[in-house]
Design a protein. Structure first.
Length: 365
């Protein structure tokens, strides 16, 4: 018996609220019989050794949380998998074959909150699960493990992955089929081959924290059929902008520093264009954007000259300027132009007549 075993006496002490069970890595059968009567979440995350009988007993507790135990028999695994409320191993940091087997048989949604790595052996077992399975802390996925998970029949979510290889990219595209978007919020670096695979996703692709972008990578991403979203970390030059202007149905860029030449290339896009990182707009940039066709989003502009506003009024499509204030930061001429032209979408603080003129204070007689 382990020196850190939960005995019947220790279980009673726990029920009395006198001790915690974090330090214990084993439990005897009598203690399991006592603890199963605990009212509330029964957290035994430190457990590494447990008998089949203790596992079967604990499985009857509705809010059980277990650590990465292993070497259980088929009956114990089936008992733990029969939990109707929640999967008892969602907080494990290491996946054993026993935990994987319980997951494969579990009839419900599984969310691994702390699992960072996944081996091929356990991935093959998890692939038998037929419900929703989410990995919230997965850093990377080995190619063999990714290929194994391709056989999973339910909804598989690995979007929080940090590092993408070719096989995990294929898995991402495969598991998001039927969904309108694929957002990878933790990916900072991306290879050209992986980008080309992700571009096969039939929807919008979001890479908000991508930190670098080469011309070759931009060319691969230009094949995205939906909207491509890039955050404020990437630097965009003219050759890169030339490729990005060809993205399927829209482009959203958070870069705060775009030259007039870059904006000229981006304006060649025939779909919606969002430059939400810009806070100001030069005359040259406004002139380039006046030739853009589609909806134009400049939602973070805090200033706009009259000359630039005149140029934007020639734009073929709505222009969203939702961050501009109806205050002294704009000239009266600029504000009059923005109010009078229905092309400009402004925040609700702006007032307009139905005919686009100033509010009329004169009431009906």
């Amino acid at each position: 018996m382990s020196t850190n075993t939960i005995t019947a006496d220790i279980a009673r002490e726990y029920l009395a609220g006198r001790i915690r069970l974090d330090e214990y890595d084993a439990i005897d059968d009598d203690a399991a019989e006592i603890l199963v009567g605990y009212d509330g979440i029964l957290s035994l995350l430190g457990l590494r050794t447990i008998s089949d009988q203790a596992a079967i007993t604990l499985a009857t507790h509705a809010e059980l949380r277990l650590g990465p135990i292993d070497n259980l028999g088929a009956e114990a695994i089936a008992a733990l998998a029969s939990q109707s409320s929640s999967f008892p191993f969602e907080d494990v940091g290491v996946l054993t074959t026993t935990v994987a087997e319980v997951a494969a048989q579990f009839n419900g949604e599984i969310g691994f909150r702390k699992l960072t790595q996944l081996r091929e052996e356990e991935a093959k077992i998890l692939a038998r699960h037929q419900g929703t399975m989410t990995f919230r802390s997965l850093i990377s996925l080995e190619p063999a493990a990714a290929r194994a998970l391709m056989k999973h029949k339910g909804m598989l979510d690995i979007r929080r992955i940090h590092s993408v290889n070719a096989d995990s990219a294929r898995l991402l595209v495969h598991t998001r089929r039927g969904y309108g978007s694929l957002e990878l919020i933790n990916v900072q670096e991306l290879g050209v081959e992986e980008a080309a695979i992700l571009a096969q996703f039939r929807g919008d692709l979001s890479l908000p924290y991508l930190t670098s972008l080469t011309e070759e990578l931009a060319e691969a991403l230009s094949r995205v059929p939906g909207v491509l979203y890039l955050g404020d970390e990437v630097e965009i030059d003219v050759p890169i902008a030339r490729h990005l202007s060809k993205v399927g149905s829209g482009l959203m860029l958070g870069s705060p520093n775009l030259s007039d030449e870059v904006i000229h290339e981006l304006s060649k896009s025939v779909y919606d264009l969002s430059l939400f990182g810009l806070t100001s707009l030069s005359i040259g940039a406004a002139e380039a954007l006046s030739n853009h066709v589609g909806e134009l989003f400049l939602d973070r502009l805090t200033s706009l000259s009259y000359e630039a506003a005149v140029l934007l009024s020639k734009h073929q499509g709505l222009v969203f300027l939702l961050n501009l204030k109806d205050d002294d930061s704009l000239s009266d001429a600029t504000k009059d132009l923005l109010r009078s032209d229905p092309k400009f979408e402004l925040s609700i603080e702006w007032t307009r007549d139905e005919d686009g003129g100033e509010d009329d204070d004169e009431g009906e007689l």
